[in-house]
Design a protein around this ligand. Structure first.
Ligand SMILES: NC(=O)c1ccc[n+]([C@@H]2O[C@H](COP(=O)([O-])OP(=O)(O)OC[C@H]3O[C@@H](n4cnc5c(N)ncnc54)[C@H](O)[C@@H]3O)[C@@H](O)[C@H]2O)c1
Length: 309
């Protein structure tokens, strides 16, 4: 590693970094000079990730444990401190899907997704932020959201709740951690990984990527859908000193596209002296609020040449 890399001397934890986006984040943080704590539930992928980073000249150790419980969060922070002396950067990326429509979603489907994404983000950030505050480290908290959390998506009640909740927590943490110089941001990625490989709409892009060919420009440009490496640069940037002034943001990234998401704002405001009764609303709701908000992601029609099924 070069001695003047932007993350030289810094230490990062990336949860769920055995493969996919998390591995790309860990590799990029290591390339930019950080020592990295790899985490995954799968021992073999975690060991491979450490070996990959070490082969590139980076420093990494693995913690094989499920994100969710406080015990894992404590182990992650303790391992960063024991192995590399400190903790500067936390990326909460671990995730699972249990997709099905609301009326078929079991308690277990709901709890599993909420536990890994929402509770896992909460417990890990609480532990990391406590350590950073106590040690006066102007750290970086980077939490992974999803377009589903921003807009809603058919078949993803559990995931939408978790990902929207993560962005809500990030806004709160940006306020609470500001005085300590710690930033908290959400990244909203889109990339070809095991998680998206089976979505028919993305099939032509996943196919090109697997064949080692560049993805068609429709995916990279119009949809903001590319490889995991396309997302990793933003993680390294937010982790760096250069992004000290960026906090409380939800930032979209994928393929050739970078986006700043708005936070919810009231788009229509109307007043009725004495308050709004049922009768007032029945008579005047439509006029008072104007056009209703849309839900769900907006995908442009897939060009015929890129349709696969
Ligand atoms: N791929 C996309 O386009 C996309 C879009 C939006 C958001 N995301 C989010 O990005 C993150 C990574 O997604 P991905 O596409 O790389 O998925 P992936 O399934 O390829 O990787 C997720 C990793 O997390 C690990 N994991 C699962 N449960 C865990 C737990 N309890 N503790 C620790 N590790 C655990 C898995 O073993 C796996 O290695 C997730 O939070 C996902 O929701 C992905």
């Amino acid at each position: 590693m070069s001695t003047d890399a932007p993350l030289d001397g810094k230490v990062a934890i990336v949860t769920g970094s055995g493969r996919g986006l998390g591995l790309a984040y860990a590799q990029e943080l290591a390339r930019q000079g950080a020592a990295v704590v790899i985490n995954d539930v799968d021992e073999a992928t975690a060991a491979d990730a450490v070996a990959t980073i070490e082969a590139e000249g980076g420093r990494a150790v693995a913690v094989v444990a499920p994100v969710g419980p406080t015990e894992t969060a404590k182990r992650l922070v303790q391992t960063a401190v024991d192995s590399f002396g400190r903790l500067d950067i936390l990326v909460t990326n671990a995730g699972v899907l249990r997709d099905t429509v609301l009326w078929k979603m079991s308690d277990d489907d709901f709890d599993t997704v909420i536990n890994v994404h929402l509770r896992g983000t909460f417990t890990c950030v609480r532990e990391a932020a406590t350590y950073m505050r106590e040690n006066q480290i102007p750290g970086r908290i980077i939490c992974i959201g999803s377009p589903t959390g921003q807009r809603g998506n058919f078949g993803q009640t559990n995931y939408a709740a978790a990902k929207a909740g993560i962005v809500g927590m990030v806004r709160t943490w940006a306020l609470e951690l500001k005085k300590a110089g710690i930033t908290a941001n959400a990244v909203i990625p889109v990339a070809a990984t095991a998680m998206t490989a089976t979505v028919p709409y993305f099939a032509a892009a996943v196919e090109a990527d697997a064949a080692g060919e560049p993805m068609p420009s429709f995916f990279r440009h119009d949809l903001g859908f590319g490889t995991s490496d396309d997302v990793a640069g933003l993680i390294a940037y937010l982790a760096s000193d250069a992004a000290a002034g960026v906090s409380g943001q939800a930032i979209g990234i994928g393929g050739d596209r970078l986006q700043l998401w708005s936070h919810p704002e009231a788009v229509a405001t109307a007043f009725h002296e004495g308050g709004w009764s049922y009768a007032d609303l029945a008579a005047g709701f439509a006029e008072a609020v104007g056009e209703l908000q849309s839900v769900g992601e907006k995908f442009p029609p897939l060009p015929e040449a890129l349709q696969r099924s």
